[in-house]
Design a protein around this ligand. Structure first.
Ligand code: HEC
Length: 198
C-alpha cells in the first residue's frame, strides 16, 4: 500500500506541474501586439500598397476599421464583402479570400507564419470590436500608463488592441487552470480513498 500512496503522490505532483506549465504556455502564446503586427506588416512588404498616399489604406487605418466593423457586422465575412473594394471595385466573398489575395500580393501563401500572425491579428481586432470599445478604451489607457488619451485620435486604435490581447491571453490560461484544478481534485479524492483503505 505504501508504494501505491507514493505513486498517487507522484502523479498528483506531475499533474500539478503540467497544469502550471500549460497555463504559462497559454500566456506565452498570446496574440501579437499592434506594434508586432505593424512590424510584420512592414517586413512582409504589405506597406508597398498600404501606406499614407499609397494605393491602399495604411496599417493604423485598417486597425481602427476592423474594430469598427466588429461593432457593425455579425461576421467578418459580411464586413469584408460589403466594405472592401479592391482595385477596380472587385469584392471578396470572405475574409479568407481577401487574405489569400493579400498574401499573394507579397509572394506568400496562407501557410506562411507571418501571414498567419496577421490573419489572426486582424480577426481578433474584428472580434474585440464586437464588444463595447468606448467603455474599454479609457481602462486600457490607464493600465498601459499612457497619458495621451482623448486629445490624440491616433493613440486610441493603438491602445485598444493591446487590451484585447491581454483579454484573449487570460482566456485560455484561466480555462487551463480551472481544468487542471478539477483533475487535481479528482486525484486527491482517489488518493484519500486509497489511503483510507490502508
Ligand atoms: C498590390 C497592393 C497590395 C499589397 C502588396 C497588399 N495589399 Fe492589402 N489591399 C490592397 C487593396 C487595393 C485593398 C482594398 C482596400 C484598400 O484600399 O485598402 C486591400 C485591402 C486589404 C485589407 C482589408 C482592409 C482594407 O484596407 O480595406 C487588409 C486587411 C489587407 N489588405 C491586408 C494586407 C496584408 C496583410 C498585406 C501583406 C501581406 C497586404 N494587404 C498587401 C492592396 C494591397
Amino acid at each position: 500500500m505504501n508504494g501505491g500512496v507514493k505513486i498517487v503522490m507522484a502523479v498528483t505532483l506531475a499533474i500539478l506541474l503540467l497544469g502550471i506549465a500549460a497555463s504559462l504556455a497559454g500566456v506565452a502564446a498570446a496574440q501579437p501586439t499592434v506594434d508586432e503586427a505593424r512590424e510584420v506588416f512592414q517586413t512582409l512588404g504589405c506597406t508597398s500598397c498600404h501606406m499614407q498616399g499609397g494605393s491602399a489604406k495604411p496599417f493604423d487605418e485598417i486597425v481602427s476599421l476592423f474594430q469598427q466593423w466588429g461593432g457593425q457586422y455579425a461576421t467578418i465575412d459580411e464586413a469584408i464583402q460589403k466594405e472592401v473594394k479592391y482595385f477596380g471595385g472587385q469584392t471578396f466573398d470572405s475574409y479568407d479570400k481577401l487574405m489569400e489575395t493579400m498574401a499573394m500580393n507579397v509572394g506568400k501563401t496562407m501557410d506562411d507564419p507571418d501571414i498567419q500572425l496577421l490573419y489572426e491579428f486582424f480577426l481578433n481586432l474584428f472580434e474585440s470590436g464586437a464588444g463595447t470599445p468606448t467603455a474599454t478604451t479609457p481602462t486600457t489607457t490607464e493600465t498601459t500608463g499612457q497619458t495621451t488619451t482623448t486629445t490624440n485620435a491616433a493613440t486610441t486604435p493603438t491602445t485598444s488592441p493591446v487590451e484585447t490581447t491581454t483579454t484573449e491571453a487570460s482566456g485560455p490560461g484561466v480555462g487551463v487552470i480551472a481544468a487542471s484544478g478539477v483533475v487535481i481534485a479528482l486525484i486527491l479524492i482517489a488518493a484519500a480513498y486509497i489511503l483510507s483503505k490502508k
